[in-house]
Design a protein around this ligand. Structure first.
Ligand code: F6R
Ligand code: ZN
Length: 185
């Protein structure tokens, strides 16, 4: 017999990204990303240490089966590692048929999406909705001075594959231009 999930309700604050209630809260620290930034951990970033929280993800837990969807918020803090802006690890979905919807609630960011040799960069500002098609790796980057807050909804059986991006990165990186802007290289 199929067990039906009961409706879930949470309050998602669009300015802070906090969800109440939530089931899981993941904090990603600089020390969790030893291979993602070009400059390595602490080079040129005296205000940072291994425990610096770069971003946080709140989720409602939903059974990981086809047909269900997971709602979550990401809060990507502002800052630089060397001259690269704080970014998420980035991943493919293990299930390459699983797409995702991103909706930016607060802040200024970029969403990198990559498939084979193609890497597309889209701007995210408050109210930007981006459909990440199945098969595209995705990474958020905070290029602003406030928290970047995103609501994402994805298939509960998507799964996450981090290894390829950790090893090979994205074809484009986002650097500070030394003032308030960014450079894509
Ligand atoms: C879920 C998704 C987002 C990210 C979150 C953190 O499929 O794309 O909720 O999980 O923004 O990024 P990662 O997972 O790359 O650490
Ligand atoms: Zn995803």
């Amino acid at each position: 017999m199929v067990e039906l999930l009961h409706p879930l309700l949470s309050n998602l604050n669009p300015d802070t990204g906090l969800m109440d209630p939530y089931d899981t809260h993941r904090q990603v620290r600089l020390g969790d990303m030893p291979n993602h930034y070009l400059s390595g951990h602490l080079h040129g970033s005296s205000a940072l240490n291994q425990d610096t929280v770069l971003y946080e993800v709140f989720e409602l837990s939903v059974p990981e089966k086809a047909g269900d969807m997971i709602p979550c918020s990401t809060i990507l803090h502002p800052g630089l590692v060397g001259d690269e802006f704080f970014m998420t690890k980035g991943h493919f979905h293990k299930n390459r048929e699983a797409a995702e919807i991103y909706y930016c609630l607060h802040g200024e960011g970029l969403l990198l999406m990559q498939q084979d040799d193609e890497c597309i960069v889209k701007q995210m500002n408050q109210q930007t909705l981006i459909y990440v098609p199945a098969g595209w790796a995705h990474r958020s980057v905070n290029v602003g001075s406030e928290d970047l807050v995103i609501l994402a909804v994805y298939p509960a059986d998507a799964g996450h594959e981090y290894g390829f991006i950790e090893k090979s990165g994205f074809a484009k990186r986002i650097f500070s231009n030394g003032e308030k802007g960014y450079i894509v290289k």
